[in-house]
Design a binder for this molecule. Sequence first.
Ligand code: F6R
Length: 615
Amino acid sequence: MCGIVGYIGHREAYPIVIKGLKRLEYRGYDSAGLMLYDGENLKISKTKGKVSDLEEKSNLDITINGTIGIGHTRWATHGVPNDVNSHPHVSNSGDLCIVHNGIIENYEPIKKELIKRGYVFSSDTDTEVLVNLIEEVQKKENLKLGKAVQVALNQVVGAYAICVFDKKKPDEIVVARLGSPLAIGVGENEFFIASDATPFIEYTSNAIYLEDEEMAIVRLAKPLKIRRIKDDQLVDPYIQELQMNLEQIEKGGYDHFMLKEIYEQPNVIKDTYRGRLHANTGLIQMSGIEDNLDKFLNADRILIIACGTSWHAGLVAEYVIEEFTRIPVEVEYASEFRYRNPIITSKDIVIAISQSGETADTLAAIKLAKEKGAFVFGVCNVVGSSISRETHAGAYTHAGPEIGVASTKAFTTQITVLTMMALRLAKAKGTLSTSDYFRYLQELELIPEKVTETLETNDIAKKIASIYKDASNCLYLGRGYNFPVALEGALKLKEISYIHAEGYPAAEMKHGPIALIDEKMPVIVIAPKQGHYDKVVSNIQEIKSRSGKIIAIVTKGDSQVKELADHVIEIPETSDALSPLLTTIPLQLLSYHIAVLRGCNVDQPRNLAKSVTVE
Ligand code: F6R
């Protein structure tokens, strides 16, 4: 959470910082701020609100020039979102300026100590404590900025990605990371610093991703030096060539990133299986699996850890992996797993799923599983992310940058990867008949065109949205493979439209939730032809007899549910196990249109952030 940007070079820093912050706004958007250095003065502008508010305010607050700048877009952890708590924060002398993504957990005792030494604080933030601690170290030990940052960071507990600038040393920015991502773009006599590479993609495709506990002094006309914070050891910088392009991170004619990303699903699912799935020859080639096949085949069980939407993909995978491979699977919220002293052995395989690859709870759960001897396999979208580096092996989804805060294409591509893994293991174990195995491969290959066909339901979804946009509550029901889809549908609606929604296994309804049903309650029922169709039809009848409003997702040509439901959305036929890849689509569209009609900020819903790098 929080996005940080920095620039040092020969260009005007302001446009780079502002545009960079806009690209990082998905990481937090309750306040924003920046500092420019014009060769003499630190010029600071900050405000509660969005980067566009900062842009307006900066024009009034400061003269916009300078070739060095740092900026921040915030997701509040300490202190309410207001102008004072916004970053950057300046040290008491007025010389040091910092932007920070993360949390300093032991800030209180440090603050007390600094107050005793005469420091005063204007904000409630942990970050203002950190910048003054650096200043205190600098003064007390007469150190240069880089060394002072290092000494100070060795005294703090918590997580950080920071950029620090010192007016007395104006040819450098000191950066460091622990637990929060930080990329350095390397240009011709210029450097870009950012929480991810999107702010500098049009300037350079050379990037260095700092590892945890590393820091760098980014200095003009000098080679970049990276050091380990703990023991000061020099680390060879590894420059990576970015594969991302500008088009991928722009809206491309869509009103919102979320809609663009929903519509990208046919292509990104194809990108995810391209080169891996060979339906004609019956081959699935995933190097992360091939290299570790024995481990998977000898595993006592598979434990899946994830959060939010990725956890829902894990639930779908539980059904698919158990069905195809007969390996027992358990799915856990990463946040619970890490704090309950879980029983893990070296015969367990842990699969960690994460779009961003930066989720703090998932990362901590991975570290715990590794400590206990498990083999950890990552399913991540962001190449080079912390989770992809922390895991023993893995498989990337190829969803491309997901910018809308509500996850859409990440979910379907995660399911695609996990289904391919299940099929590969089933083949090796002989737990699927050859004909079933080939059938699934062929059906999976057809999914992108079926998703394209499903996207044609957009107008119907929009019409249904206009009828139910003012609902206060909503129920989502599904069975089997589509129970996790019901959970995901409810989460999508909650997070972007702020309508209370719950997902349930359809049969659980009679054990409580049925009490909620009346003529005002929209109930979205996922009822494809394959699977437990007859049982779901009975559940629909139970809702109907209590006057609930039924919106059903059905297979094309269905007539039975059509008779009962108030509205139906038809999807193409596929096998039960692959149906989540299709049933999810109309639920995404429905949530999207309801949120738009309610005037909600679809891409940046309140209180949320895309990358949850705090516990
Ligand atoms: C919901 C959503 C979140 C994320 C969750 C995990 O739309 O995006 O629930 O799925 O925060 O994030 P990752 O997958 O990045 O670990």
